[in-house]
Design a protein around this ligand. Sequence first.
Ligand SMILES: C[S@@+](CC[C@H](N)C(=O)[O-])C[C@H]1O[C@@H](n2cnc3c(N)ncnc32)[C@H](O)[C@@H]1O
Length: 288
Amino acid sequence: MATTIRSISEDSEYYAKSFKIIKPQLTRIQADLDKIFEKTIPKKVIVRERGLKVLGIGSGSGELELKHTLQLLRTFPQISLTSIEPVPDHLDEYKQLVAKEADTLKSVTYDWRQQTLDQYRHEVGASKKYDVIVSINSVYYFDDVEDSMIYLRDILEDDGILIIVLVSENGMTYRLWDRFPHLYDASHFHRICSLHLLDVLQKCNIKYDSERIRSDVDLTECFIEGSEDGQYLLDFVSHVIDLRGSTSPECYSEFVSFLKESTRKDSTEENGVRWVFVTEQEVLYIHK
Ligand SMILES: C[S@@+](CC[C@H](N)C(=O)[O-])C[C@H]1O[C@@H](n2cnc3c(N)ncnc32)[C@H](O)[C@@H]1O
């Protein structure tokens, strides 16, 4: 039976490796986020005679943040961007992406910070304020969610916007965290969905707007015996390092069965049979 169960959030290399496998699956949700950002930020944010100050929290390997920066450049010709990302491999990939777009990004200055939000807060405090703060699926990893929300609102400029994206109660990872809580007894991340965060915001008297977006995640690879990518995908989805080797065979098979039962079977001539999970995320906007 089981050895120690460890969360992928405790091993940055493993996190980066498994995130890489799920990343291509996130393009649809990214496209929806692009549209939302495009319609929201230029309308809500006012910057007078200075550059736009942006803070990305948990920027990952930067694909999303880079797209949003290119979008923002159409409205805000000067941007200074601070990126907080604790995983070194992610930051390296992000820097490489930016280097490829160097000409287009001439008027963007970057402050790369290989640290967590709490480390940043400890170092910088509230001495720097931002017009746009974005956290996409990183809130689970903050030390104290309520305290972090108050801090982020405090470091927002007047007429600024804080955007938090996280899974709803119908989100894939949340449903798994909720169904298999014993896998996470020793984990340090917060197994929260947007309903929890809305409670926190209401408790702190922080006003928000929100909308939900749904997207398909193709999990077929998880169900292919012997697939290495499938195991990494399963580990990202479960948030457990080597789920197969660190849980009992019964638990592993219950997990995989639950996952499969939660998917929709799609079949096309081009792609054959696919197992697709419909996941849901909530986008929260906090204005100041
Ligand atoms: C699910 S990924 C999302 C990455 C990116 N925002 C995206 O949507 O593609 C979560 C990111 O949060 C980062 N992270 C983990 N703990 C963090 C913390 N305490 N503060 C800030 N970021 C953190 C992870 O390293 C990871 O890159």
